[in-house]
Design a binder for this molecule. Structure first.
Ligand SMILES: C[S@@+](CC[C@H](N)C(=O)[O-])C[C@H]1O[C@@H](n2cnc3c(N)ncnc32)[C@H](O)[C@@H]1O
Length: 207
């Protein structure tokens, strides 16, 4: 675990030579969405993480072909990525598109979007940061809507706020329908990052 974190830190250091805000995609898969995002917004530094090495390899191939210097893909678990973030790096936008739904009730605890995870994110997200969430699991969507009112650090944005970019992901193309939500970081102080320790979920293939 300590070695893995040190390796991750070593990968992150050259990407963030100085403190700055980033656009972060959790579970980026083959990188379709983030690659397009980085091309549309060349001034933004984009980082995608995914647990699956083979997906990251394909994502990296794409961003190299597109010569996108502002787009990075890293094989990492989302919570571990947060823990390895260099001081001063903030999450200006967070994208969670079609996260693993963990449909069985006894597995809901493995979903990435949980109150403790939002609390952890809040420590790295400045006021007005956005989190974009999209899923084809009605159950997952309702669960997030259900615990949101109890969160002090995140709230939903005004209805109708546009997404900065619409670009179909692999799972979106397969979905019959989906629901979307934009959350905004409030000015409520976050619990200091070091105290928060959300559980690192198991890989989705243990479903
Ligand atoms: C259902 S796929 C969606 C991929 C892509 N976002 C899309 O819409 O096509 C979910 C992805 O999240 C990744 N993933 C699941 N849990 C993760 C975690 N804790 N940290 C990073 N990636 C994760 C999986 O490996 C998988 O590639």
């Amino acid at each position: 675990m300590a070695q893995r974190r040190a390796d991750l830190r070593a990968k992150l250091t050259p990407i963030f030579p100085a403190p700055r805000g980033i656009v972060w995609e959790i579970g980026c898969g083959h990188g379709h969405f983030l690659e397009r995002y980085a091309a549309e917004f060349p001034q933004r530094l984009c980082v995608g993480v995914d647990l699956a090495s083979e997906r990251i390899t394909r994502a990296l191939r794409k961003s190299e072909r597109g010569m996108l210097l502002n787009c990075h893909f890293i094989r990492a678990e989302a919570v571990e990525f947060l823990r390895a973030l260099p001081e001063g790096v903030t999450l200006d936008e967070i994208w969670v598109l079609f996260p693993d739904p963990w449909p069985k009730k006894r597995h809901h605890k493995n979903r990435i979007l949980q109150p403790a995870f939002f609390e952890a994110l809040a420590a790295y997200a400045p006021t007005e940061a956005r989190l974009y969430f999209r899923t084809d699991s009605t159950d997952y969507f309702k669960a997030v809507q259900g615990f949101l009112p109890a969160l002090k650090t995140w709230k939903t944005t005004e209805i109708g706020e546009p997404w900065p970019l619409e670009h179909e992901t692999v799972f979106q193309a397969r979905a019959e329908s989906y629901q979307s939500l934009i959350l905004v970081r409030t000015s409520h102080p976050a619990t200091p990052a070091k105290i928060i320790a959300p559980e690192v979920p198991p890989p989705a293939d243990s479903k």
